[in-house]
Write a protein that binds this ligand. Structure first.
Ligand code: NDP
Length: 328
């Protein structure tokens, strides 16, 4: 049976995006076929659709770095038809056909069984951004951060990683400071649980190597000067996680926060994260993410609207999370 998909091509006209009809045998190989119900738009998907550079490793390709759906057929011992599953990363939507299609065919080793408490729509609302936010929170906890340690800063707060991080940390009892460049989203961020909002301009320009000690921990999807200033404002013994580069991939700072304040910087990668960490992250998301708040940060679009959302996410104009109903 044929099905609809977004595909990126590279030919004489360069990189281009089209909505096409495919047959299953045209997808990259895998031992599990999934009827995709929902995918979602992440920053990386924006790059894959805009120009593909640094993301798309093979053409033609169905983009979409994650999806949630129901197993249709399986030659993998762990999965059977009818199982609800979610997939994030492993190069899907980069080097292997991804989630912006009604069907996906992938190695079963890449699939995570969906926790019973979550629907496929909620899993896509969480998406790679939300799962990365959870990986960041797990890293802060593993480093010893508790609500008694002090405030926690979330940068890029109105974006996907940021919104889920704010909601998770607030629900876990932390006092959350949200940094955003969109003052109009202050009420939205307070609704997600932020106790204080700061203007991202405070952190975006070159600053002093060490500043006032303001937060005990931080989740940073922004990088560049912002991350350097976040480190400079971290309390003695505090921990900062770095997962993104919305401002830039550079790290133009000094070692002073590390050697004078014992600050720890932890890198977060969602793409190749080991399976036990993924399962732990989804168990915690199912337990600790307020699903009413998740709904508040979610917008749903159809496949046809994906290219537009992809452009807007690169411009920093998308609020929260955008779910793609691939059957709409
Ligand atoms: P979004 O676009 O949804 O969020 C990014 C946010 O960063 C924006 O909403 C904006 O927040 C802020 N921002 C954008 N541009 C700038 C700028 N120039 N200076 C300062 N802040 C800026 O993207 P996602 O949340 O999906 O992803 C965020 C980052 O995390 C990306 O770089 C992405 O590649 C990375 N990522 C990494 C993963 C990993 O495995 N390591 C997995 C998932 C994402 P506001 O308007 O509130 O200021």
């Amino acid at each position: 049976m044929s099905f609809r998909a977004i595909r990126v091509f590279k030919d004489e006209q360069g990189h281009r995006v089209d909505t096409v009809t495919l047959e299953e045998h045209e997808l990259h190989e895998g031992d599990v076929t999934v009827a995709v119900e929902y995918s979602d738009v992440n920053y990386k998907d924006g790059l894959a659709l805009a120009h593909g550079k640094g993301v798309v490793r093979t053409y033609p390709l169905v983009p979409g770095i994650d999806f949630a759906g129901t197993v249709e057929s399986s030659a993998h011992a762990s999965f059977a038809p009818g199982d609800k599953v979610v997939l994030n990363g492993y190069g899907v939507g980069e080097g292997h056909d991804g989630g912006f299609a009604q069907k996906a065919r992938v190695p079963g080793d890449w699939l995570v069984p969906l926790p019973e408490a979550l629907t496929t729509r909620q899993a896509a609302a969480i998406g790679t951004a939300g799962y990365t936010a959870m990986l960041s929170v797990l890293a802060l906890e593993d480093a010893g951060l508790t609500p008694d340690s002090g405030d926690v800063l979330v940068t890029g707060a109105a974006g996907g990683v940021g919104s889920v991080a704010v909601a998770l940390l607030a629900r876990l009892g932390h006092r959350v400071i949200a940094s955003t460049g969109r003052p109009a989203e202050a009420d939205y961020l307070r609704d997600l649980g932020a106790a204080e909002i700061i203007d991202r301009a405070e952190l975006a320009a070159p600053g002093r190597p060490l500043g006032k000690e303001r937060w005990a921990g931080a989740v940073d999807p922004v990088g560049s000067h912002t991350l350097v200033n976040v480190l400079a404002g971290t309390r003695y013994g505090g921990t900062v996680t770095s997962c993104g580069l919305a401002q830039g991939p550079d790290l133009p700072g000094t070692v002073l926060p590390f050697i004078l304040r014992g600050v720890t910087l932890i890198g977060i990668d969602s793409v190749q994260a080991p399976m036990d960490r993924r399962v732990r992250a989804y168990e915690r998301l199912a337990r600790d993410l307020d699903l009413t708040r998740l709904e508040k940060m979610t917008t749903v679009v159809g496949l046809d609207e994906v290219p537009d959302v992809a452009g807007r996410i690169l411009a920093g104009q998308v609020r929260g999370r955008t779910v793609v109903d691939v059957n709409a």
